[in-house]
Design a protein around this ligand. Structure first.
Ligand SMILES: [Zn+2]
Length: 105
């Protein structure tokens, strides 16, 4: 299982609160494409049904879908191999760096 929660600074959501007064601001925002591009992170896409997986360029996804969050992108993808829509998407965190920490059990 993966647990990927990316907390943005609370200052960012404070400024966005002024823009949308009609609906409540989400407690935690999923990472969106513009954030990933700014941090030079692509997407890692995995088909839950046939395990087909690929790396998807964040810039390409932005051109195709607009600036969506990672969960929103997941809803728009399907597997090119088995046509399944049970897709898992996560940011492809850089391997060398403080963010990624994968330790085998
Ligand atoms: Zn598949």
């Amino acid at each position: 299982m993966f647990l990927l929660i990316c907390k943005r600074p609370s200052r960012a959501s404070k400024s966005e609160r002024n823009l949308s007064s009609d609906k409540p601001v989400e407690q935690h925002e999923p990472v969106a494409l513009d954030w990933l591009i700014a941090n030079k992170i692509d997407l890692w896409v995995w088909c839950e049904d046939c395990s087909h997986h690929a790396r998807l360029s964040s810039e390409l996804a932005l051109q195709k879908f607009g600036n969506l969050s990672v969960p929103q992108i997941r809803q728009r993808l399907h597997c090119s191999k088995c046509r399944s829509r049970v897709i898992f998407v996560r940011p492809d965190w850089p391997r060398q760096g403080v963010v990624a920490r994968h330790e085998p059990i």
